[in-house]
Design a protein around this ligand. Structure first.
Ligand SMILES: [Zn+2]
Length: 578
């Protein structure tokens, strides 16, 4: 299923000079030597504005053809050819504060066994890898099929369309208890839904790896881990690991053939729509539409380009690309439209549903809107963003508050059209050995460790994101048997469990109540029992004792703050009586 990038290959040599002009990276007569002495290298420059806003600088640099792809902490991250460094340094509107050659990870063999990231029933399976351990696009297709076959009660795979080239299916896995009777493409269902998507930007290798690990984590945890079991009993987790499979194939081939040289398809971000213009290919002038600027939400607004070779090319019209149009259709099939028709209408407090689109890199949690607008549900979105960054530690805010303006993005569409809570993660640090679109495969363990809890929070809060995320997080809970028939429960509730960095970090209130549901899930027969709140702070322990029954059961713990908001459930097993 190798996608064709022949148009790029044929025109690459003759258009090399023209491409520099297209992308704004004209060779300079006074060019300083490249930091590596390798003019083919891609260099990351971290820049600070000398005046004006980060956003204004980002727009100006993008217009000049630089690949401005990330930032944080008041900086922008810019990719450019090594030879363009002096052109950046000569600008009066910025200061270059750091530069780093983006070199390939040292060549190492992929781990001999993939069992660490496979659920138990698939242990021993070998999936094709590239670049030291990343699974190929074909391996993802195989994995989803294997999951469905090995866990038919938990997984259903849906082909929701085909890629631009027509050679790759667009696939999403629905993971839930009794998947065979659920997972219908209609929004009017009893279960809550949470959608997780990755690799809409092909070169962002980390993002589909996170989706893979989440899939394994969910099916392995069902019946074992209390939180996962409760989640899958009440929620459908829809996971589309690779939204841009044509691009992914170009990236994996490019890394193999050309490494990370700036001419390599390793840098392919967009889909493989060849358009009507010839682009140089590689890091700075590639074919394709930026799918994350192509959605039907303020399409063509700030942060988008009309230049077909630009990395942020918006396409000829909103949802012009099959990858975009079919994801929009999937969102409309999964979630009811819960927001009113007017731009200022908030979605109601009872809104159900959430989604996260994963990108890399910069260590950010972003939420709508990407342009200058504030979302009518700003308080809920911001609170949920900071709740998640409590786990991953990422800087949190709207794109135009902490990065640069974006229009036509996936999360803006999901929120604007449907009212669901929608977020973008930028996974991976801005500098250091695990930065970049192509970090060593071994870096993925640290990314997963940071994001597993954040993803779980999102899925649990999807039940009612705009109220639950305002309530306290129950961070830990423990059950200790005290006799043959009783057990003590102790939980830690924290209304201040917010990430530290970002814009508009919400204030915490006192934890004023706690409760635990037994005998069934809340809203499905479970009965609440009040817990004792120990202390008067924004963080408090909750305690109670429970009667054990003939069967082990899940119990659901929740805390409330002084504003009356109940947070999401933390779930633990209560053992059967002895
Ligand atoms: Zn991206």
């Amino acid at each position: 299923m190798r996608a064709s990038v022949s148009r790029r290959a044929v025109t690459c040599a003759v258009l090399a000079v023209a491409a520099l002009v297209f992308s704004g990276l004209q060779p300079s007569a006074t060019a300083a030597p490249a930091p590596t002495g390798d003019s083919a290298a891609v260099v990351q420059y971290q820049v600070l504005p000398t005046h004006g806003s980060v956003n204004a600088l980002a727009q100006s640099l993008t217009a000049a053809g630089f690949d401005v792809y990330g930032g944080g902490g008041g900086r922008l991250f810019v990719h450019a050819a090594a030879a363009a460094g002096d052109r950046l340094a000569a600008r009066s509107d910025l200061t270059v504060v750091a530069e780093q050659v983006m070199s390939p990870a040292p060549a190492v063999a992929a781990p001999a066994s993939q069992d660490d990231i496979l659920p138990q029933r698939l242990h021993g399976t070998a999936y094709d890898t590239f670049y030291g351990g990343y699974r190929t696009n074909d391996a993802f297709t195989q994995f989803l099929g294997d999951l469905e076959a090995a866990y038919p009660d938990l997984v259903q795979v849906v082909d929701y369309g085909a890629s631009f080239t027509g050679t790759n299916p667009l696939q999403v896995a629905c993971v839930t208890a009794q998947a065979g009777t659920g997972c219908q493409l209609t929004p009017n269902v009893e279960k809550t839904r949470f959608l997780l998507v990755g690799q809409i930007h092909a070169r962002e290798l980390t993002t589909s790896e996170m989706a893979w690990r989440e899939l394994s984590h969910l099916v392995d945890g069902y019946g074992v881990d209390a939180d996962v079991t409760a989640l899958l009993n009440t929620t459908e987790i829809w996971i589309a690991p690779q939204l841009n499979p044509d691009g992914v194939e170009a990236v994996q081939t490019g890394i193999g053939e050309d490494g990370l040289a700036n001419r390599s398809d390793a840098w392919q971000r967009k889909n493989l729509n060849p358009g009507t213009r010839s682009c140089s290919g590689g890091a700075f002038g590639q074919i394709g539409v930026d799918l994350n600027r192509n959605f039907d939400s303020n399409w063509g607004g700030p942060g988008t380009s009309t230049n077909q070779c630009s990395l942020t090319y918006r396409g000829v019209e909103e949802a012009s690309e099959p990858e975009t149009e079919q994801l929009q259709d999937l969102l409309l099939a999964l979630f009811e439209d819960q927001r009113g028709p007017n731009p200022a209408d908030p979605a109601p407090n009872t809104t159900r549903g959430a989604m996260i689109t994963m990108h890399s890199y910069s260590d950010l949690v972003l939420f709508p809107y990407g342009d200058a607008r504030h979302a009518p549900n700003d308080a809920g979105l911001r609170s949920m963003g900071f709740r998640m960054s409590h786990y991953n530690g990422y800087e949190t805010g709207e794109p135009d508050e902490i990065l640069y303006a974006v229009s036509g993005s996936t999360d803006d569409f999901a929120y604007e059209q449907l009212g669901i809570a929608a977020f973008t993660y930028e996974i991976g640090p801005g500098s250091g050995s695990c930065s970049g679109f192509h970090p060593a495969y071994s870096c993925q363990d640290s990314f997963w460790a940071l994001n597993s809890g954040a993803l779980h929070y999102a899925a649990a809060a999807a039940r009612q994101p705009y109220t639950m995320s305002l309530g306290p997080t129950v961070l830990t809970a423990e059950v200790r048997t005290t006799s043959a028939t009783r057990a003590a429960v102790e939980a830690l509730a924290d209304d201040g469990a917010y990430g530290q960095d970002g814009v508009g970090r919400p204030a915490a209130q006192q934890v004023t109540a706690g409760r635990v549901f037994t005998g069934g899930a809340p809203g499905a027969g479970g009965r609440p029992k009040a817990m004792t709140v120990n202390g008067t702070g924004t963080s408090a322990t909750l305690t109670t004792t429970l009667q054990r029954t003939a069967q082990a059961q899940l119990v659901y713990i929740q805390a409330r703050d002084a504003t009356g908001k109940w947070g999401p459930f933390k779930v633990v097993w209560l053992p059967a009586r002895a």
